[in-house]
Write a protein that binds this ligand. Structure first.
Ligand code: AMP
Ligand code: MG
Length: 502
């Protein structure tokens, strides 16, 4: 594939003062036609201050962490200076936001510096978020408040440690500027994100909305080459592409749900075709279980509630498939039936993954009735039991502990006994305890802790943020020094809404 030759491509002369090649860029997206993005330089920030570099991730990307933490590194991480080999672009995309189509969104506060490789040779985007205005900024300032930077860092790294496909946090910087938001004037921040790519369902919709068939084809071929190479050799690569994206999204959403995660804003512009979780805005892990749980301050109709995520996932995939119809077949009827056959795989795949994950969480062999999963979730909802704590304590029971700590989560002993005897009859805790330990985390990034870390960061104190990130790096391990982070919020600590803060 011509796109993927490494190192043969020479970047055009850059405006930036380059000192030494620190990162090996190979910017394939910037080689796509100019209508796919806007080229631009990062804007200068007053006095940026590094908050954290993800040293492990830097190492896996062969980026010197000492350099990242140096003045020159911080100049890159804050968007003051693009490093040698970078070709900053803001990507074009469209999207359905809460069901309504917006033909042009695009990176309004993000800047793709370029593509880099990890030590295994896999390609990743290196992107800044909050580094300033772009041609896609519309009325926005192109900046980010520090709160969303702190939230995305904590949650995306926690997700990675939980084994969920996700974009990663390479660094967080305090911009030294203030930004104006609904809450008032807030300290600003810049987030550096690593992603398999930033191509969204909305990126496809951008070309579809413009009847730009050539653009759609180029993008589809690019995605196949970059993410789903196996599709290239199939009899209908675009049909195979839809099938692969369907599978990736079904798996991802099942995994989110098994952890009590609510994405919060599953607009088509926030759905990565790579299958990674992307754009952590007003997202949250549930405390007390409820299938209609939402946190997002902008999701007034609970469109993106925990239990709605598979339906929305399929709706988004249908929007994706729609954009590829003209490529599937010249015969419109045949194209439609090919798309439908790919989409029809979603339900079974999702159910399979969802049931499999909950079976593991509950220590159930395949012979146990699947209804026990739903019965358990119904009970958790009616008893308002903390989702993570329930599965954690059940795992302890499976490991041989008494059921005392589990039973106190229920309102009445009798309610617990009824469920517990049923579970004991069906489950196979002795043989499944180690699997349960890997499916039921001890630590999740609880919303009230994130909120406390954000508020402290606004006061210039990053200790809570660092402590959360350190603790969440090992979510399945017993870590006595972080035991306090296991507890659900006290009534006065409960966070009812999370904000985009953009
Ligand atoms: P998101 O909240 O990430 O889903 O963003 C939705 C759209 O709004 C995207 O096109 C963003 O680039 C744009 N956007 C969000 N915040 C800002 C901002 N502060 N300045 C400019 N554009 C923004
Ligand atoms: Mg977004």
């Amino acid at each position: 594939m011509f796109l993927y030759g490494r190192g043969h491509w020479v970047s055009p002369s850059c405006n930036f003062l380059a000192v030494k090649v620190r990162i090996n860029f190979d910017n394939t997206y910037a080689r796509l036609p100019e209508r796919f993005y806007a080229r631009l330089a990062p804007a200068s920030l007053s006095v940026p201050k590094l908050i954290r570099v993800n040293r492990g991730l830097a190492e896996s990307l062969s980026i010197s962490r000492d350099w990242l933490e140096s003045e020159e590194g911080v100049a890159m991480l804050s968007g003051n200076q693009a490093p040698e080999g970078a070709e900053p672009i803001a990507q074009a995309y469209a999207g359905h936001q809460f069901g309504g189509f917006v033909p042009q969104l695009g990176d309004g506060r993000a800047l793709l510096l370029g593509e880099i490789f990890d030590t295994k040779g896999d390609r990743f985007d290196l992107q800044l978020k909050g580094s300033g205005r772009t041609p896609f900024s519309r009325q926005g300032d192109g900046k980010s408040a520090l709160g969303p930077v702190i939230r995305e860092y904590i949650v995306s790294e926690a997700m990675a440690a939980l084994g969920v496909p996700t974009t990663r946090a390479l660094a967080a910087v305090a911009s030294g500027e203030t930004v104006l938001r609904a809450e008032g004037s807030l300290p600003g921040g810049v987030f550096t994100r690593i992603a398999a790519s930033h191509i969204r369902v909305g990126t496809f919709q951008y070309y579809y909305a413009r009847n730009d068939l050539e653009g759609t084809r180029l993008l589809a071929d690019y995605v196949i080459a970059r993410h789903y190479a196996e599709a290239a050799d199939s009899s209908n690569p675009y049909r195979t592409l839809i099938g692969s994206v369907v599978k990736a999204q079904a798996d991802l959403i099942a995994q989110w749900m098994s952890l009590g995660f609510i994405h919060g804003v599953m607009n088509t512009d926030n759905i990565a075709v790579s299958g990674e979780t992307i754009d952590y805005g007003p997202c949250a892990f549930m405390d007390a279980f409820h299938p209609q749980c939402v946190f997002s301050s902008i999701d007034r109709d609970a469109r993106y509630a925990w239990g709605n995520q598979p339906d929305i996932g399929l709706w988004n995939l249908t929007r994706f498939a729609e954009t590829l119809l003209p490529l599937l077949s010249e015969d419109a009827e045949e194209a439609k039936s090919l798309a439908e056959s790919a989409l029809s795989q979603f339900s079974d795949r999702f159910a399979d993954q969802y049931i499999g994950r909950f079976r593991t969480k509950l220590g159930l062999p395949s012979s146990a009735p699947v209804t026990l999963i739903q019965d358990t979730l119904d009970l958790l909802a009616s008893e308002k039991i903390d989702f993570t704590l329930f599965f954690r304590r059940l795992t302890q029971v499976a490991g041989g502990d008494s059921h005392q700590d589990l039973s106190v989560l229920f309102s009445e002993e009798e309610v617990f006994e009824k469920w517990f005897s049923n579970w004991r009859k069906e489950a196979d805790p002795g043989n499944r305890c180690s699997e349960m330990r890997l499916a039921n985390p001890i630590l999740i990034p609880r919303n009230h802790r994130i909120e406390q870390a954000i508020q402290a960061a606004y006061r210039g104190d990053y200790s809570l943020f660092h402590r959360l990130v350190d603790a969440l790096a090992n979510p399945f391990d017993e870590q006595t020094e972080y035991e306090d982070l296991e507890s659900p919020p006290l009534p006065e600590e409960v966070v009812h809404e999370t904000f985009c803060g953009t």
